[in-house]
Design a protein around this ligand. Structure first.
Ligand code: ATP
Length: 347
């Protein structure tokens, strides 16, 4: 449906897009996710023919956006970051004007405008002057303009920016509804928004595409069993028995310090709370605890931390390493403290 090949955009000497390539297939909601300045708006403006690229190509339904812009743009509705609304028009006047610009046939215009207004939920303000509307309503008017004519592909640049929490929820619901019949590409710098609404996520950082996959694949580490590692002050068999009450996948290991036991408990869900309560109930003190859960947030932070290349993969489970070091440090501290105490006792 959309093929983006080696897209490069330079603003003077500034490289805003650095050889970006991806494909958009029909019938999904895609999220272009990245921190501020990553290159999301630049990408969207090029996809929609608003901006020329320095290099590369964008093919939409077989037509190049640069060589055959009219044919390529035919099936695209675009809501830029700043909705292109005319403040002195009423909502209806503006949409009528937009329908004319889009070349929607005269006899279909009224029906189309009505449907778009209903879908974007602006029908009740159709006779109001746009400048008197709230930001949320103006955004919805912009959305109605984007969906006029019901193009196959709807591109929305930061559609929830500047909206209040209620308006954000409504806008997300509208987008989900649109996704039932259209291919939607939206940009956002909010991870939770993209993971909540989108089927596929493209993560862009510093002008490079650093990941693109199904939301579920990107966070699939979260689906793996999480490991909770503990050091408890308890007899080894009892330590195992207690953890087994919470999950059936448990390993225990004695430590050089006899009174402490290292426990590793694995589960699909987060069992940190349950396991601490279990040891607390049995009056077994927990000396150290941590977990290796890797969330989509970890993935996002890792990929956009600034040291990534296009080929970046998540090879290391950073947080697991952190756990190991916390536990090792804790054990070292405990052992050191004990040695000191023993020393004192011997003195
Ligand atoms: N017209 C321009 N002239 C010069 N530099 C620009 C221009 N437009 C964007 N840039 C720069 O290009 C980079 C990408 O900008 P872009 O607006 O595409 O990012 P973005 O991911 O959409 O960010 P935001 O979420 O803040 O809108 C940024 O460093 C930005 O400062």
């Amino acid at each position: 449906m959309i093929e983006v090949n080696n897209l490069v955009k330079k603003y003077g000497n500034h490289l805003a897009l650095d050889h970006i390539s991806f494909k958009i297939e029909k019938g999904h909601i895609y999220g272009l996710l990245g921190p501020n300045g990553a290159g999301k708006s630049t990408t969207m403006n090029i996809l929609t023919g608003y901006l020329a690229a320095t290099e590369g190509e964008v093919i939409i339904d077989g037509h190049s956006i640069f060589d055959e812009p009219d044919l390529a743009k035919k099936n695209i509705g675009y809501l830029p970051e700043q909705p292109p609304v005319y403040m002195d028009f009423t909502v209806f006047e503006y949409l009528k004007f937009a329908a004319e610009l889009k070349g929607i046939k005269k006899n279909e215009r009224l029906k189309n405008i009505k449907e778009a207004m209903e879908m974007a939920r602006v029908f009740d303000v159709k006779d109001r002057i746009i400048k008197n509307l709230s930001k949320g309503y103006r955004q919805r008017v912009g959305l109605a303009q984007a969906i006029l004519g019901f193009p196959d592909i709807i591109i929305l640049d930061e559609p929830t920016v500047g909206l209040d929490p209620k308006q954000i929820i409504e806008m997300r619901e509208l987008i989900r509804n649109l996704g039932k019949k259209h291919t939607v590409i939206l940009s956002s710098h909010i991870l939770s928004e993209v993971s909540e609404i989108c089927d596929y996520i493209l993560i862009i950082s510093g002008g490079k595409l650093v990941a693109s996959d199904k939301a579920s694949n990107l966070s699939n580490m979260k689906e793996e069993k999480q490991k909770v590692k503990l050091v408890v002050k308890c007899e080894i068999n009892r330590a195992k028995e207690i953890a087994l009450k919470v999950t059936e996948d448990v390993k225990v290991k004695s430590t050089p310090q006899k009174e402490y036991v290292e426990v590793e408990a694995f589960a699909k869900e987060d069992i940190r709370e349950a396991i601490s309560i279990a040891y607390m109930n049995e009056k077994c003190p927990i000396i150290a605890m941590s977990s290796n859960e890797t969330s989509l947030e970890d993935v996002f932070l890792e990929l956009t931390s600034g040291n990534n290349t296009k080929d970046n993969t998540i090879k290391e489970k950073k947080s697991e390493k952190a756990v190991e070091s916390v536990i090792d440090e804790t054990m070292e501290d405990i052992l050191e403290e004990n040695d000191e105490n023993n020393g004192k006792e011997e003195e």
